[in-house]
Write a protein that binds this ligand. Structure first.
Ligand code: NAD
Length: 516
């Protein structure tokens, strides 16, 4: 099938042509002569969208040098003025929301509503960053010494490396890049090699803002590449902070490399998120959250609901309702407004999905619905699957793993909520968690320090779909990083304590006497 006119219009509006770009330092693009070409196919219909060039280590070197020079200029721009640039970027994103949302949907495979939601997150973080640009404040403290003043300030850090995953191809960049920008940093973004076009589109969108404000090359950089470029960034002492989003496997490598040179890393890695449904839950409300969490983005969100921990008294009821709802879920092209479940990113993901189902059944799991690869005219790509539900036990190896696909494990618990919390916490990952209950004793227990051990703990809300205002991230194998709202901005700055003596004596701290 030829690529549709609608998508061609989107590509044109977003400035994506057949130019095979490899990197951009903001205004200019380096085209791909002599580099390896990568063709980007849509998981929705298998059509070629465009091609990109894989940047080389020499390209990386040029980008870092340009970024380092730009930092010297950008850090001197007052923070509220940096905020003004971000405000203009937010406006441009508003203008292009529909087109960019469509491209996110078409390149990544999430349904259009989620594609638009992702762009809305970018707009929201721009607004947040604008406000923040006047609030990058530290504390003032009272000095123990007379006629002394003590306070702390936050200074720009330098180059921030951003490595992003395919499933949130643009939002995660904006969470990092917009905060980093108001903090006075410059960013080098290495998007997922599976979804580089949306990154190129973002760079085109913000280029006008950079040009209109006569800003130099190097403040916002994007480099197209795979793990090799990511690894260069992780090892590079010129990059004081590397923010990496992706699998735990990748995070361990990046964290190790950055740690070995005593750099800072912000790791946003895999989740194995659970919803607890107690016998006091509003079941219908819980089901809405479970289905959105389990099949949304075809189970490819870091916060996707993977485990459902259900009280034995309502277990059969929940299972029965889910097995009625699942067959009615419209699976199809993500740009079709009636679709609720789009495709997996590629055939490799389908193989992983099938392999996980096979393994969990070998361990004793019972597949009760789904788990098929769809075929026929609508599903020629081989990337469409029916979301699966499996009755399982928490200790199964596959239940302990994050399989990045729509598999929901049903786990039964009995007794009180602490038993459910123990199951919820009984995995290596610690990203998102939630409880459905109308009983205050249960919900409060879930939120105590002996409750959920995750970075996100929700009550009567599912595991996926966070707002940008809170700090986002998780514990344990999820990496411990926090980005987006609250005070997540602090990691993008270096902290300095200043003590000023405005007297004529030089008293020492702790009352030490030292006379010469
Ligand atoms: P991935 O780990 O395969 O790749 C992520 C990024 O890391 C890509 O840009 C890739 O090129 C790069 N990369 C891979 N190996 C690297 C290395 N050794 N050094 C440097 N860079 C390297 O992940 P994916 O398949 O794109 O995304 C899915 C994973 O991301 C899931 O585990 C999901 O839970 C996780 N994720 C986490 C969050 C979060 O905020 N916690 C958000 C989105 C996705």
């Amino acid at each position: 099938l030829p690529i549709t006119k609608a998508i061609q219009d989107v590509l044109q509006q977003l400035g994506i042509k057949e130019l095979n770009p490899a990197y951009s330092t903001g205004l200019q693009w380096a085209e791909g002569e002599g580099r390896t070409t990568r063709t980007i196919l849509s998981p929705a219909d298998g059509n070629k969208i465009a091609a990109v060039s894989m940047a080389t280590p020499e390209d990386y070197e040029k980008v870092v040098t340009t970024a380092a020079a730009a930092f010297k200029v950008w850090r001197k721009v007052p923070a509220p003025k940096r905020g003004e640039i971000v405000r203009q970027i937010g406006d441009k994103l508003r203008q292009h929301k529909e087109a960019l949302g469509k491209l996110v949907s078409y390149e990544m495979g999430k349904i259009l509503q989620e594609g638009l939601g992702e762009v809305q997150e970018m707009i929201d973080i721009c607004d947040f960053a604008v406000g923040l640009s006047r609030q990058l404040h530290g504390y003032t403290m009272h000095s123990e010494r007379p006629e002394h003043r003590m306070y702390e300030q936050y200074h720009p850090l330098g180059i921030v490396g951003v490595i992003s995953a395919f499933n949130f191809p643009v939002a995660v960049w904006s969470w990092n890049a917009m905060l980093a920008a108001v903090c006075g940093d410059v960013t080098i973004w290495k998007p997922s090699e599976k979804t580089p076009l949306t990154a190129i589109a973002c760079q085109h969108i913000i280029r006008d803002v950079l040009t209109e404000n006569e800003l130099p090359e190097g403040i916002f950089n994007v480099i197209i590449g795979d793990a090799e470029i990511g690894s260069l960034m992780a090892h590079d002492t010129r990059v004081p902070l590397v923010s990496a989003t992706g699998s735990t496997r990748m995070g361990k490598k990046v964290g190790e490399a950055v740690g070995a040179r005593l750099g800072k890393s912000l790791l946003e890695l895999g989740g194995n998120n659970a919803i607890i449904i107690t016998e006091n839950a509003n079941i219908e409300m819980a089901l809405m959250a479970v289905v959105f969490g389990a099949v949304g983005t075809c189970g490819q969100r870091c916060t996707s609901t993977r485990r459902l921990i259900i009280h034995e008294n309502v277990y059969e009821q929940v299972k029965e309702r889910l097995t009625k709802i699942y067959p009615g879920l419209p699976i199809g092209h993500p740009l079709d407004a009636t679709t609720l479940v789009g495709p997996l990113i590629d055939k490799e993901a389908v193989t992983t999905f099938l392999g996980a189902l096979e393994k969990v059944q070998a361990e004793g799991g019972k597949l009760i619905i789904g788990g098929e690869v769809l075929s026929g005219a609508k599903y020629q790509t081989g990337t469409y699957v029916t979301p699966a539900i499996v009755e399982a036990e928490n200790h199964y190896e596959m239940v302990q793993e994050e399989t990045f696909a729509p598999i929901l494990y049903l786990l039964k618990y009995s007794g009180d909520v602490e038993n459910a919390i123990e199951l919820q916490n009984g995995v290596k990952q610690g990203l998102s968690s939630s409880i459905f209950s109308t009983n205050l004793l249960e919900t409060e227990a879930f939120l105590t320090h002996w409750g959920s051990d995750c970075g996100i703990a929700n009550v009567n809300i599912g595991t996926s779909g966070a707002e940008i205002g809170g700090a986002f991230g998780g514990e344990k194998d999820t990496g411990g990083g926090r980005e987006s709202g609250s005070d997540a901005w602090r990691i993008y700055m270096r902290r300095q304590t200043n003590t000023i003596n405005y007297g004529r004596e030089l008293p020492l701290a702790q009352g030490i006497t030292f006379k010469i």
